[in-house]
Design a protein around this ligand. Structure first.
Ligand code: URP
Ligand code: ZN
Ligand code: ZN
Length: 470
């Protein structure tokens, strides 16, 4: 089956040019000017950009957390992702101490099987390191193609691991060429601040932010970076929210450490004031790390522009306002942490980044797709538009304006944290391995059509020199 996309403007992390694109057997078969190959279908993309499909390196679908389970599963979550221009996600597989890693992975395969409408991979949480866990790692990498491992430095008594665990995992990742990811907040100090606040009757959502001050994120980020330097390993810091953390990453990179940082749209466009909204509305904006004072947004945009942060993930972790967020009605520490964003990541970054002149269109592609493909072992199968790559493509109208709303979004959740926000630019059609998942803004995909992707190791790419500005 061949498809020919004509008259579009192809945009990658490096180039922008007008060309036609032939798709055959799910791959990009040809790129050229005025291609006239026979094809079963010709798609006119005049006036549109053709981007590589977005890669969201940070999602939590069907995940038990905070006494409940995220509202979006692999079906609704990936469908919403596709509407938003994302064609690959990497979801976090949770593990339990004392249980084989393979058991946890099996559970995540069951959650996703016959559900995902786009391709997906898994990161694996590591809560403890002992001989049993260490013996399992090579098999997890080779058999499962899971090449990134997540250590939580926060969520005391839930996910939090100690420094020895992080350090041993960094050494192990170095040995196997894998990548360690951290949720960097000082969980012990936060635990103390939370108890102290509650003891003093401070129960409203705003105290979620006030008990997780930026110093706790900066300190943990600096600690993780220092341990990475000591181990000579490699680190990816998820959801960087503030100047303190971004500066620690920049300092580490200045020293030549292989430390990479991700931020998320919520930290780029929302701020701490949202948590103070009346009638418990502030609960809609409870993320960890929390939203910060507004001035941090400029620091994060600058870090994206100058290459000190390299990716934008969604941290999709949706909970309904009614029935889930309200578990914390009388105690902010019981509000499930996280929000719905998988569908809006791509559009918000294009609109607020490219359209407002904060980043170039090539930086946009790099941030939402290419760099994640390189760091997480998907490149060049995914993350670019090149002959031989998967035909994961977004046909994007750069001038269409729309308003984000829970009334029109496709996530399985009863609110949008970005309700009423105007964005310019919209994915019109989205293809996954050459098949339309979204066609003229209508869902045409199929649950189960998404494939599990075994990823290559972090060190499989020889070019690790791109630590500096692009
Ligand atoms: O608040 C957040 N970020 N929820 C998702 C879990 C995590 O820490 O990434
Ligand atoms: Zn986290
Ligand atoms: Zn997360």
């Amino acid at each position: 089956m061949k498809k020919l996309i004509k008259n579009g403007v192809i945009v990658t992390a490096a180039d922008q040019y007008e060309a036609d694109l032939l798709i055959k057997d799910g791959k990009i078969a040809k790129i050229g000017v005025k291609l006239d190959d026979d094809a079963e279908e010709i798609i006119d993309a005049k006036g549109a950009f053709i981007f590589p499909g977005g890669i969201d390196p940070h999602t939590h679908l069907d995940m038990p957390f905070g006494g409940t389970v995220t509202a979006d599963d692999f079906e609704t979550g990936t469908m919403a992702a596709a509407f938003g221009g994302t064609t690959t996600i990497i979801d976090f597989c949770l593990t339990n101490k004392g249980e084989p890693l393979q058991d946890a992975i099996k559970i995540w395969h069951e959650k996703s099987k016959n559900k995902a409408v786009i391709d997906y991979g898994f990161h694996l949480m590591i809560g403890e390191v002992n001989d049993k866990v260490l013996n399992e790692i090579p098999e997890v990498i080779e058999k499962e193609g899971i090449t990134s491992f997540k250590v939580f430095m926060a969520y005391k008594n839930v996910f939090q691991a100690d420094d020895a665990t992080l350090f041993r995992m960094l050494l192990t990742a170095k040995e196997h060429g894998a990548l360690v990811m951290v949720h960097a907040e000082n969980g012990d100090v936060i635990d103390y601040l939370v108890s102290d606040a509650l003891k003093n009757g401070k129960t409203k959502p705003i105290y979620h932010a006030l008990t997780r001050p930026p110093e706790t994120e900066g300190e943990a980020t600096g600690r993780a970076a220092a341990l990475t330097g000591l181990a000579g390993s490699q680190l990816y810091v998820v959801h960087v929210s503030c100047a303190e953390a971004a500066n620690k990453i920049a300092e580490a990179r200045q020293k030549g450490y292989q430390v990479w940082g991700e931020t998320c749209p919520q930290y780029l466009v929302l701020d701490q004031a949202e948590l103070g909204k009346p009638n418990f509305e502030g609960a809609k904006y409870v993320w960890s790390p929390p939203l910060r004072e507004k001035w941090n947004q400029d620091i994060l945009w600058d870090a994206l522009k100058n290459g000190q942060l390299q990716t934008v993930g969604s941290d999709q972790c949706s909970f309904n306002f009614k029935g889930q967020k309200d578990l914390g009605k009388d105690d902010f520490s019981k509000i499930p942490n996280g929000g719905p964003i998988i569908e809006d990541r791509f559009s918000i970054l294009f609109s607020e980044g490219v359209k407002k002149g904060r980043i170039s269109i090539h930086q946009f592609v790099d941030l939402v797709s290419t760099r994640a493909a390189k760091l997480f072992g998907l490149f060049p199968q995914k993350g670019t538009i090149a002959v031989g790559s998967d035909a994961d493509l977004v046909i994007f109208d750069p001038s269409k304006e729309r308003v984000i709303s829970a009334r029109t979004h496709h996530m399985n959740v009863d609110y949008s944290a970005f309700e009423g926000m105007k964005v310019t630019g919209e994915p019109v059609s989205v293809l996954s391995r050459g098949e339309f998942v979204i066609r003229n803004k209508q869902f045409t995909g199929k649950p189960g059509a998404g494939r599990y992707i075994k990823r290559k190791c972090y060190n499989s790419l020889t070019d690790r020199t791109a630590l500096t500005v692009q």
